[in-house]
Design a protein around this ligand. Structure first.
Ligand code: ADP
Ligand code: MG
Length: 315
């Protein structure tokens, strides 16, 4: 069993009437990349602030690396590198100078700070811009510098709130790849939030779908499909050539068939279990000319449509 780095125990955050986070239980393991995904207003930032000890849960407890976040926020801060959605730097200093300053503020000597800064600038592929003033950086560059800045402190856990926000598609891919590599190469535990399910899930070991303060489900994509899209399991698409007399009547008599839909292109058959073999047998033994038979895979798009679109809180 992997070591737990972040543990949320039944936490609730109440702002006056509004419950921003409702009885959230979640454990994040050492070395994993966890994506906290949900539409705007879901409670992602609030959850992150509670983990960082920046705001207190109304109920429940948060532990980071075994340390109580509310009681010992300063100790938690030493373990966690936090990349907010807008990182502040000294704009008229270069990227290198900014990192060296961070190193010094964290107790490093100049030589060691410079050594580390050089290393991390290289790792985040910013060595080419090391001597440029931060004021001239693009948003994507700032985010990468932000990551290097966090890494100067040698954290065990890295938390990023909406890291891809406002970056162009190429920059997003570079940043995500970088985050993935940090986890793989350095064993860092990474928690990131995003309302852009599609972008971020690809680099996550697990994701949690967070809507209106509640964690609907978490796990890998397959787990999510099972829990969130239960009614689309075991749906098959069959293409049949030529006339298919009484196909629907005959099919509906099969014990495993739950429902049948069709359009000009194909038949969509929902079974009550995974049984593609039996279904294929049905077509063959009834002498239909079966062109293709595929299990339909439901995934992120469907999760997105169902839970993210219109999931925003308007007030
Ligand atoms: P997300 O980061 O997922 O977009 P937030 O955590 O920022 O969501 O917000 C969750 C809910 O809590 C929203 O309804 C928001 O309006 C409310 N909220 C956030 N911060 C505060 C605050 N300081 N005071 C009152 N309500 C807040
Ligand atoms: Mg937020």
């Amino acid at each position: 069993m992997a070591e737990t780095m972040i543990q949320l125990k039944n936490i609730t955050k109440q702002y006056k009437e509004n419950k921003a986070v409702k009885q959230l239980d979640l454990s994040i393991h050492k070395g994993e990349v966890f994506g906290l995904l949900g539409p705007n207003g879901a409670g992602k930032s609030t959850t992150i602030y509670m983990i960082l000890g920046l705001t207190e849960p109304t109920e429940g407890e948060v532990y980071v690396s075994g340390i109580h976040a509310t009681n010992k926020p300063i100790e938690v801060k030493k373990k966690v590198g936090f990349l907010p959605d807008n990182v502040g730097f000294y704009e008229d200093m270069t990227g290198m100078e900014n990192l060296i300053l961070t190193g010094k503020l964290n107790g490093l000597g100049r030589v060691e700070a410079k050594k580390r800064a050089t290393h991390w600038l290289e790792q985040v592929r910013m060595d080419h811009a090391a001597a440029k003033k931060v004021g001239e950086y693009s948003r994507g560059m700032r985010q990468r510098l932000g990551l290097a800045d966090i890494l100067m402190k040698d954290p065990e856990v890295v938390i990023m709130d909406e890291p891809t926000l406002g970056i162009d598609p190429k920059g997003i891919n570079e940043l995500l790849e970088l985050i993935r590599n940090l986890s793989v190469d350095h064993g860092l535990t990474i928690l990131l939030s995003s309302h852009q399910l599609h972008q971020v899930q690809q680099i996550c070991d697990r994701v949690g779908i967070f809507v209106k303060g509640e964690l609907l489900s978490y796990g890998d994509i397959e787990d999510l499909q099972k829990t969130l899209l239960d009614d689309t399991l075991f749906l098959y698409k069959a293409k049949v050539k030529g006339p298919s007399h009484q196909l629907v009547e005959k099919l509906s008599m099969e014990p495993s068939v739950e429902s049948i839909d069709w359009d000009e292109e194909a038949y969509y058959i929902r079974l009550n279990k995974e049984d593609q073999g039996e279904l294929a047998k049905f077509f063959i033994s009834n002498q239909y000319d079966l062109l293709s038979l595929k299990r339909m895979s439901y995934g992120l798009d469907d999760i997105y449509q169902r839970y993210f679109e219109g999931g925003e809180i308007s007030d």
